[in-house]
Design a protein around this ligand. Structure first.
Ligand code: AGP
Length: 608
């Protein structure tokens, strides 16, 4: 959730670190800080609020320091105030650290350190790390970091500086991301690659327990016992434009419009000419798919909604029972695993703590685990036996959009291959679906290019205090996603309900002031939805329907219709969610809110 940037080079580090933090701001934005080694002294600046506050406090330039650290915070332990903002230093002010994650035993450590005379300036768990390093600093910073690891429980990545060794930054990770960037005469640490992508795309992915000493000349890596390690360098195929808005007002709008490309890339090479899905790159062979008796899907938030959408498709097409749960519930409900149960963990970031824990649990119990993730080399890929990548490119807006539709597309490929392997559907029918899926990116492109009433609808309703979303089947799962989008960026309370359940309670919420969004694409449950829409209209509420081109019935039932192109109903969720993303976007915009950085949220949730 927090973002770390470290720099050791020959250029002034301050603008490089601040720019890196700007690119990581999506990870957390309640406070930020920077520390530089200036003439053998640590100079620290912290600020509360987003990075603008740190820029104002620190100024972008004016320092010749070539080594330093930066941090953008999403508070876990301790309120977002000046004292709790990172970097944190030791008693002497000669050691400074930035940390992402949680030190679970910090209370015990604080008490022990306090008894030995250490004085704390913040309420954070992270500060103990600076004080522990201080106790070992006589052996040098790298050795002190190694010694400190022995005392820590939890999941974290941290980097440290010592004023007595002004040419180095030392970093380490344990179940939280930290990657090294290899430049020419300069080296970087970052929680995520975009932080240094302007300077280099050559990276070193680290393993848990690696202790890395960065100098301008390169990185030395050892294990906790000090044994040297060799880690490969790789070049990531991302260009720096991904971290820019490219002419759009916001990252979210840019990412909504990147969906055709994200879908094309996700499908590329996985659909044969004849429409048959080929997932051989994932390593899931047909024999294994045939033997499966059950599938568990675990995920959080928007990724959970992608899983829910495709759980319908998997059962309907491949006839395998699917259970789906949010990861934070699943991991504690003592699920019954088996070797014939495939567990699918969906996480765009590959870092979500609950999803990772659920996957770990499944693997330990002997179930094969498939990760569906957008981030190469992320933690999820290490917790899984198989990896199915979405190829949506970097997503910076906190509200997930293109990664969601890419997840649905990738999982639909899996559903089709499962059905193929199990021989439960006519081959011609599966090929037809494969061809239709290939056409979806083009349909999304057309949809995004169409004139639409969305802005007008947003203008009419942006001051309403409640929105209800209704759908059935996959349309219900799309409603959950649409409702989440609206609540997370506009702060308007929303409820998404299975339309058939409405009369069992939520109908009491309806009045003339509560617009009802209905996902009513052409699916076998459409006739059932019609009666639910009539029930809504009878209570005087306005209906905004998302419907398939050419559906004449819906026009008479709804005040507004947001049309989507025709496709097989199993694929429709990729299209029907797009008007809902845009509706949320425009409503939030009309309320004057920052859609890329909604309050209290972070893009990646690396804590439980
Ligand atoms: C999406 O708009 C949310 N911000 C959030 O629900 C997100 O989908 C969730 O935190 C899961 O993230 P992941 O896909 O990186 O695991």
């Amino acid at each position: 959730m927090c973002g770390i940037v470290g720099y050791a080079g020959r250029r002034p580090g301050k603008p490089i670190i601040l720019d890196g933090l700007r690119r990581l701001e999506y990870r957390g934005y309640d406070s930020a800080g920077i520390v530089l080694i200036e003439d053998g002294v640590l100079q620290t600046t912290r600020a509360v609020g987003n990075l603008d506050a740190l820029y104002a406090a620190a100024g972008a330039n004016g320092s010749q320091a070539t080594v330093g650290l930066g941090h953008t915070r999403w508070a876990t332990h301790g309120r977002p105030n000046h004292e709790n903002a990172h970097p944190h230093d030791d008693c002497s002010g000669r050691v400074s650290i930035v940390l992402n994650g949680i030190v679970e035993n910090y209370k015990e450590l604080r008490a022990e350190l306090g008894a030995r005379g250490h004085v704390f300036k913040s309420e954070t768990d992270a500060e103990v790390v600076a004080h522990l390093i201080e106790e070992h600093i006589g052996d040098g910073l790298t050795a002190a970091v190694r010694a400190t690891l022995a005392s820590l429980d939890g999941h974290y990545a941290f980097c440290a500086l010592s004023a007595d060794e002004p040419g180095i930054v030392v970093g380490t990770r344990d179940e939280c991301p930290l990657v090294v960037g290899v430049g020419e005469g300069e080296m970087f640490f970052a929680s995520a690659i975009p932080a240094f992508l302007t300077h280099t795309s050559t990276i070193i992915a680290l393993e848990d327990g690696d202790v890395v000493t960065l100098r301008a000349e390169g990185a030395q890596i050892c294990d906790v016992a000090g044994q040297p390690l060799v880690r490969e360098q790789t070049v990531v195929p991302w260009d720096d434009d991904a971290a820019e808005k490219g002419g759009y007002e916001t990252f979210m709008l840019k990412e909504i419009h990147e969906q055709p490309a994200a879908l094309r890339d996700t499908l590329a090479g996985r659909l044969r000419e004849d429409g048959v899905v080929d997932l051989s790159e994932v390593g899931l062979d047909d024999e294994m798919l045939r033997r499966l008796r059950r599938i568990f899907i675990v995920a959080c938030g928007t990724s959970y909604h992608a899983g829910l959408i495709v759980s319908y498709a998997i059962e309907q097409l491949a006839r395998v029972p699917v259970q789906i749960d949010v990861a934070s519930e699943f991991r504690y409900r003592e699920p019954v695993f088996g070797a014939d149960t495939l567990v699918i963990g969906i996480t765009q970031s590959g870092e979500t703590a609950d999803t990772l824990a659920a996957m770990r649990l499944a693997r330990a119990a002997g179930s094969p685990v498939l990760a569906v993730t957008n981030l190469m080399g992320s933690q999820a890929t290490r917790e899984a036996d198989y990896v199915l990548y979405t190829r949506a490119g970097l997503e910076i807006g906190v509200a997930a959009t293109k990664t969601h539709t890419a997840q649905v597309a990738a999982l639909l490929l899996l559903a089709l291959r499962l059905a193929w392997a199990r021989g439960v559907m006519p081959e011609a029918e599966l090929k037809r679906l494969g061809h239709e899926l290939r056409a979806v990116p083009e349909q999304v492109e057309q949809l995004l290019a169409r004139p639409s009433a969305i802005e007008e609808i947003a203008r009419r309703y942006h001051d309403e205090r409640f929105f209800l979303y209704l759908g059935r089947g996959m349309g219900f799962a799309v409603c959950l996603e649409g409702a989440l989008k609206l609540k997370e960026i506009s702060y308007i309370p929303t409820e998404a309900y299975a339309a058939g359940e409405m009369k069992h309670g939520p109908i009491a919420l309806l009045d003339k002031e509560s617009p009802v969004v209905v996902v009513a694409d052409d699916s076998p449950v459409f006739p059932k939805l019609v009666s639910n829409i009539e029930e809504v209209r009878a209570r005087g509420a306005d209906v905004i329907a998302v419907a398939t081109d050419g559906n004449e019935a819906i026009g008479e039932l709804s005040r507004d219709v947001l049309w989507v192109p025709k496709c097989d109903h199993h694929l429709a969720p990729i299209l029907t969610v797009i008007p809902l993303q845009l509706l949320a976007y425009h409503i939030a915009g009309m309320k004057g809110l920052n859609v890329d950085q909604p309050r209290n949220l972070a893009k990646t949730v690396t804590v439980e």
